[in-house]
Ligand binder design. Structure first.
Ligand code: Z5A
Length: 208
């Protein structure tokens, strides 16, 4: 694969949507052809799965259904969009990817790690991001930001302890990632957050 694969991760309200646009501007300003996408979703079919996953439901959604839907959407997204774009030399910027599964289903839901690893290897093979920017924020701050913004989706209705486990799992993965996952302190004002992001992108040869 020729293109670079960059993913953006973090808990609720950390500023992924806000900073995605900034990252896009930096990469495109460097003259690089970029595909911007998100998970769950990214293709017409995978976006239908996203709708299923995020819409609050009267019926309890069992954890295994949720996990399999996340990977079903990802399989479609990879084959239809991500792999062809990378093979064509384009860069791909994705709002959430596999680290979100480890954080939300593995950390938040406390699902069996071996099952997640097996599905990861079935669906991703050896593919991993070249760089993952993990926006990190104390849970209460992120939840307050998210709550001030919009109606809560099915995940956002979870309790604080769930999001504490999500954050902890993200940070554990960052510590073990040998530089693939770079932690960005998302607490300061936006210009300071974006200065950290620019420094991480500079390591990939992208000037701000
Ligand atoms: N999910 C999963 O369980 N497993 C998986 O494998 C995958 C996903 C891939 C998708 O949500 C859900 O799917 C997600 C996990 C699950 N759970 N949830 N919820 P999503 O990614 O579409 O959305 P989200 O996580 O809910 O993101 P968000 O709420 O849209 O937040 P955000 O994009 O990170 O934040 P934002 O909208 O950019 O910023 C929030 C507010 O803060 C906004 O008003 C900003 O103006 C403000 N903001 C941003 N930065 C700052 C700074 N620096 N200072 C002050 N205010 C700021």
């Amino acid at each position: 694969m020729v293109g670079k694969f960059i993913t953006l991760e973090g808990g609720e309200g950390v500023g992924k949507t806000t900073n995605l646009r900034y990252i896009q501007e930096c990469i495109e300003a460097a003259g690089i052809e970029l595909v911007v996408t998100r998970e769950p979703g990214g293709t017409e079919f995978a976006e239908k799965i996203r709708e299923l996953l995020l819409t609050p439901s009267d019926e309890t959604v069992c954890e295994m259904s949720e996990l399999l839907l996340v990977f079903a959407a990802r399989a479609q997204h990879l084959e239809q969009l991500i792999k062809p774009a990378l093979a064509a030399g384009k860069w791909v910027l994705c709002d959430r990817f596999i680290d979100a599964t480890h954080a939300y289903q593995g950390g938040g839901r406390q699902m069996n790690q071996q099952i997640i690893n097996t599905l990861e290897s079935m669906v991703l093979g050896s593919l991993q991001s070249d760089l993952t920017l993990l926006l990190d924020l104390p849970v209460e701050v992120g939840m307050a930001r998210a709550r001030a913004r919009a109606a809560l989706d099915r995940f956002e209705q979870e309790k604080v302890e769930f999001f504490e486990r999500v954050r902890a799992r993200y940070l554990e993965r960052a510590a073990a990632s040998q530089g693939r996952i770079q932690v960005i302190d998302a607490a300061p004002a936006l210009p300071e957050v974006q200065a950290q992001i620019a420094a991480a992108l500079a390591q990939m040869g992208v000037g701000a």
